[in-house]
Design a protein around this ligand. Structure first.
Ligand SMILES: CC(C)(COP(=O)(O)OP(=O)(O)OC[C@H]1O[C@@H](n2cnc3c(N)ncnc32)[C@H](O)[C@@H]1OP(=O)(O)O)[C@@H](O)C(=O)NCCC(=O)NCCS
Length: 186
């Protein structure tokens, strides 16, 4: 049976919107993935020339080609603020709730200048509510470096509970879990 995924193209989240990437997001995306602070717990900043090559080859829209992958944009200006995704965690990665893997995995990044304003919280809440309408009663995980305090704080605010720790990419990771039931409309 095919694994259910989030296929909607756009989600409103108050003063931010989740949408697919567009060609004119290019400069903001390059600045985002080459930012040392944003990438501090994500393997470090990507190399600008390599990012530009990838975007030239695959196109900017490829950034959010995967079902469940979005840009977070400012509702008023439509400017790029970051990224958010709810995709499946492949069994080849360590860190799973079951040996089969393929859990729904939430990931989020915001431009450094946009931290501390609740944008990621509102984007994630809207995304999880939308997913709960399609896939009720399914577990969602967040996997984040154990020393990524902001990310863990956000996960906790969203209702995720730490379930296990393991090593990946040379760092200790915390896997936290919540059930989409918590985001279902009542
Ligand atoms: C992880 C990350 C997205 C969290 O961003 P964030 O802005 O701290 O998270 P939120 O959107 O939940 O905002 C929460 C902050 O905004 C504040 N805030 C202001 N207005 C708010 C509102 N209306 N609602 C909620 N929070 C609000 C909160 O008090 C909180 O501040 P604090 O953390 O200083 O106490 C960001 O730090 C980031 O991009 N990090 C780099 C990428 C990364 O490591 N991602 C994790 C991979 S899974």
């Amino acid at each position: 049976m095919p694994t259910p995924m989030l296929t909607t193209q756009r989600i409103d989240a108050g003063d931010v919107v989740l949408r697919k990437a567009r060609a004119d997001d290019r400069n903001a995306i390059i600045a985002h993935v080459t930012d040392a602070e944003v990438r501090a717990h994500l393997g470090g900043p990507q190399e600008r020339a390599a990012v530009e090559r990838d975007l030239d080859r695959s196109g900017v829209t490829a950034v959010t080609d995967a079902p469940g992958a979005y840009v977070i944009a400012d509702k008023a200006t439509d400017d790029f603020l970051g990224t958010i995704s709810l995709t499946r965690r492949g069994a080849h990665h360590p860190g799973h709730l079951t040996p089969e893997g393929e859990e729904l995995e939430l990931a989020y990044t915001l431009c450094r200048s946009d931290w501390g304003r609740g944008f990621a919280y509102r984007a994630a809440t809207a995304l999880l509510r939308r997913a709960a309408a399609d896939m009720p009663d399914e577990a969602v995980i967040v996997v984040t470096q154990s020393d990524n305090e902001r990310s863990l704080r956000l996960a906790r605010r969203l209702g995720f509970t730490p379930a296990m720790r393991f090593d990946e990419f040379g760092a200790e990771q915390t896997l936290a879990v919540v059930n989409l039931r918590e985001f279902a409309a009542t």
